[in-house]
Ligand binder design. Structure first.
Ligand SMILES: *Cc1c(COP(=O)(O)O)cnc(C)c1O
Length: 453
């Protein structure tokens, strides 16, 4: 979308929704009622934080509860979807979503746990090669995880963990700078662990280029795909990614704390020298119930599993992955580029007049659907509270000053995007926020002024 659309043009938003070649699957989701504003439903732009509940989820969970009530322990073999191999039902759709071979994919645990399990195998520091490279704005859990992994190996995290920063005055990393760093310093890097899409800025990293450069430097390259999966197309196998982990509760909509996913490249699957933490689900299912004292290894990503799968938590993942199979991530991405482009145009118009600016890359190839707005003179939390209570717009605050808007292509409309931009303009220009002196680089004509009142 290249034309700049005035934020007041609600009719144009409706028009774009009417002519959209892939109508959103909004009817398949529970859209929360609005707690304020002129509309009965929220404009839900927080699917990057917690995706909405698909309408099919309840029945899928209830089916497992019913099978448990009816069958007790026999449900392991006799449930409509037998529990014993339950994780195998999720393998193929998860593999399709991330561009992996089924054998490379396993759905298990939660994301941070999977990061640790992967690092037990793939972070093997030596005196010469010990660094873990993350982005400076890595998600806190990832930061704590890599620091604790360094300590586990007796290393000082201050020395072992390298945090890549954007250039002064810039918000996002440049691919070229990451590649140059890996060429220059790669000899001391044991593991590169970046976010595929940065949770704060919404920047989509060049996963194939960075993976190739990291591996060429002799490092292992893992990716945290929490904000990438279900958001952008991925081809983990073809890109040669060593390993990856992601959660399913953001863009994949599988519910709070949903079971996570993990990818290990085929070339590592037969390497029995890799250190692993193991449990009874690591062993070959054919001999698992012989209950012998030793693991019978399998050469798939399943060998990183520990425990029997949490069925009640996995049923929603199955429902959600099915939706992605039905719509297809490629078609979703096309719609996402249009919808996010529309919101980006609206926000550019709004922010030109206000103490706020979009920090997400303007190039659609360098972002997914999330747009992050840095606000000045107020807090992101205050802005989000007012968006929600005064306008029924749900966005997401990251302290101190970043408001994240994700027009999720599965269920958001152009009208939702219009509501978000219009509400942001209203909140930031209302004059009741306590503006301080604006920081440099924030274009503004001052509070209280709007072109499109
Ligand atoms: C959401 C997110 C997490 C969350 O970790 P959990 O273990 O699922 O609680 C971790 N890392 C990143 C990059 C995230 O975006």
């Amino acid at each position: 979308m290249s034309t700049v659309v005035r934020p007041v043009d609600e009719a144009h938003a409706h028009h774009l929704d009417a002519v959209d070649p892939l109508p959103p699957r909004r009817a398949d989701f529970h859209v929360p009622p609005a707690t304020g504003g002129a509309f009965t439903e929220t404009a839900y732009l927080a699917g990057n934080s917690l995706g909405l509940q698909p309408r099919g989820t309840r029945a899928a969970v209830e089916q497992e509860l019913a099978d448990w009530a009816r069958l007790g322990v026999e449900g392991h073999l006799e449930a409509g979807r037998p529990w014993k191999p339950y994780h195998e039902f999720l393998r193929d759709p998860a593999a399709r979503l991330v561009g992996a071979l089924p054998a490379e994919t396993v759905v298990m645990n939660s994301l941070t746990v999977d990061l640790h399990l992967m690092m037990i195998s793939f972070y093997r520091p030596t005196p010469e090669r010990y660094a873990i490279v993350v982005e400076d704005t890595t998600f806190p859990s990832d930061s704590y995880a890599v620091q604790s992994q360094a300590r586990l190996h007796g290393l000082d995290p201050g020395r072992a963990v390298v945090r890549l920063r954007p250039r002064p005055g810039e918000d996002c990393l440049r691919t070229g700078d990451v590649l140059a760093f890996l060429r220059r310093e790669g000899h001391r890097v044991a593991l590169v662990l970046l976010g595929g899409v940065n949770y704060l800025t919404g920047e989509l990293m060049d996963i194939p280029a960075i993976t190739a450069a990291g591996r060429a430097a002799g490092a292992v390259v893992g990716w945290d795909l929490a904000h990438a999966v279900g958001n952008v197309p991925l081809r983990l196998h073809d890109w040669g990614v060593d390993w990856a982990a992601w959660c399913h509760y953001k863009y994949v909509n599988a519910g709070p704390g949903a079971v996570a996913g993990c990818f290990v490249h085929e070339r590592h699957l037969t390497d029995r020298s890799l250190p692993k933490l193991q449990g009874w689900w690591s062993t070959d299912p054919a001999t698992r119930f012989a209950m012998g004292p030793d693991v019978d290894p399998v050469d798939t990503a399943d060998s990183w599993q520990l425990s029997n799968p949490p069925i009640l938590a996995m049923a929603p993942v199955l429902v959600s992955l099915r939706l992605f199979d039905e719509v297809g991530i490629a078609a979703l991405r096309e719609r996402s580029i249009r919808l996010t482009g529309y919101l980006a145009d609206l926000l550019a118009t709004v922010c030109a007049d206000l103490p706020a600016r979009v920090i997400t890359p303007a190039d659609p190839q360098r972002r997914g659907c999330q747009l992050s707005v840095r606000v000045a003179g107020t807090t992101a939390a205050e802005v989000c509270a007012r968006l929600r209570h005064e306008h029924g717009v749900v966005a997401d605050a990251r302290p101190p000053d970043v408001v994240r808007f994700a027009p999720v292509p599965l269920y958001c409309t152009h009208h939702d995007a219009w509501r978000a931009a219009t509400a942001l303009a209203a909140v930031l220009s209302s004059g009741t926020l306590s503006y301080r002196t604006l920081s440099s680089g924030v274009p503004s004509t001052g509070p209280g002024e709007r072109r499109d009142a």
